[in-house]
Design a protein around this ligand. Structure first.
Ligand code: SF4
Length: 355
């Protein structure tokens, strides 16, 4: 029988931070007691004793370009998809290697979806999607809620917006999970209060996805938690520009970042309004010398009006013969980003209010 090296929670946390995690929390697997079968991580690794949750900050500066209205690729990539698909998995791999070298089997779970038998946007069960492989099993793939996992691991709370809030970064973090058979000292459930129910997240959500009145309640490890009811489909559309694309200055769809990130609306309510509010109230440990919002936010974009605001820039390029005539609808027909359709010989004028 192989004798495993002993490992403590403090050592795991120190290693995770050395490898690049900002926050680390540990939950015993028993905190899944009472969870719906389709969301219970104990079915993924029945021998697991602990769930380690790592948080990676969303850089405040990754929201700067959208706040100023000048660089929209940064938050969808550096603040979103690249954290979930590049940086998080790298740390996950290396912490898993470290634990496995000590003899602990560890399931490294990144926040990437695909095979779940529950639709990750609507939360609906996909009947006919998959089959349980043995009597009593849930349907593959089991869907573990990363925010609820972070709650179990004591990292913070779920705000009214349904976005996870930590005392360090407020709404600015993303998570990965490790299920391991190492028995580690757990962190207590977070008992503080970050969200003050100001509901600025709901007021400023660009697609009215967060209810101001209706709530959802769940009980985890004996704690009842509650958040504002979220219209997931409105959220899904909202993050790409809000109602009528009012927070998307591009006359068409924005290219995907690392496969899926298109959050050009810059989480106007649930991330930016919330962060500004919590910073103003001095509720966050990660402090900055400068205020995030220094002037009135830019006005809603009206895509029904002609695209002719910065004539000085166009004139400069025209004077040097450096202007391409651009029809966004044709681009859809040509580029892989928008499918593989052949170029339409009679392209219609793209209208973001209709198409
Ligand atoms: S904006 Fe206010 S109500 Fe919404 S999550 Fe943040 S603190 Fe809570």
């Amino acid at each position: 029988m192989f004798n495993r090296e002993s490992v403590t929670a403090a050592e795991v946390k120190a290693k995770a931070k050395e490898l690049g995690a900002d926050l680390v929390g540990i939950s015993p697997m028993s905190r899944f007691e009472g969870a719906p079968k389709q969301h219970d991580a104990r079915y993924i690794f029945p021998g697991a004793k602990s769930m380690i949750v790592l948080a990676f900050r969303i850089p405040r500066g990754s929201l700067r370009g959208i706040e100023e209205g000048t660089l929209f690729s940064n938050y969808p990539s550096m603040g979103y998809a690249a954290l979930n698909q590049v940086y998080g998995p790298m740390v996950l791999w290396n912490l898993t290697r470290w634990l496995e070298d000590k003899g602990y089997e560890t399931v490294p779970m990144l926040n990437a979806n695909g095979g779940e038998s529950v639709n990750t946007v609507t939360g609906k069960f996909r009947k006919g999607w998959s089959r349980p492989v043995r009597e009593g099993n849930p349907y593959p793939d089991v869907l573990v809620h990363f925010r609820l996992a972070a709650y179990m691991a004591g990292l913070g709370e779920i705000g009214w917006s349904k976005v996870f809030l930590t005392p360090e970064f407020g709404p600015r973090q993303r998570f990965v999970i490790l299920l391991t058979d190492a028995e580690l000292e757990p962190d207590p459930i977070f008992e503080g209060k970050i969200c003050d129910r100001c509901k600025l997240c709901a007021t400023h959500c660009s697609n009215h996805a967060i209810s101001k009145d209706e709530t959802v309640k769940v009980t985890i490890a004996g704690h009842e938690i509650e958040w504002g009811k979220l219209d997931e489909m409105a959220c899904e559309k909202g993050i790409q520009g809000g109602c009528n694309m009012k927070r998307n200055p591009f006359d068409g769809d924005y290219p995907r970042m690392y496969g899926y990130g298109r959050a050009v609306e810059g989480a106007y309510g649930c991330m930016r309004a919330c962060m500004i509010h919590l910073e103003e109230r001095d509720r966050l440990a990660n402090k900055f010398h400068n205020k995030f919002r220094t002037r009135k936010a830019w006005d809603d974009i009206d895509h029904s009006k002609p695209n002719e605001f910065s004539q000085d820039i166009v004139a400069d390029y025209e004077s040097r013969g450096m202007v391409e005539d651009f029809n966004v609808y044709e681009r859809y027909q040509e580029e892989d980003n928008y499918g593989t359709a052949k170029k339409d010989p009679n392209p219609k004028k793209y209208n973001p209010m209709i198409d």
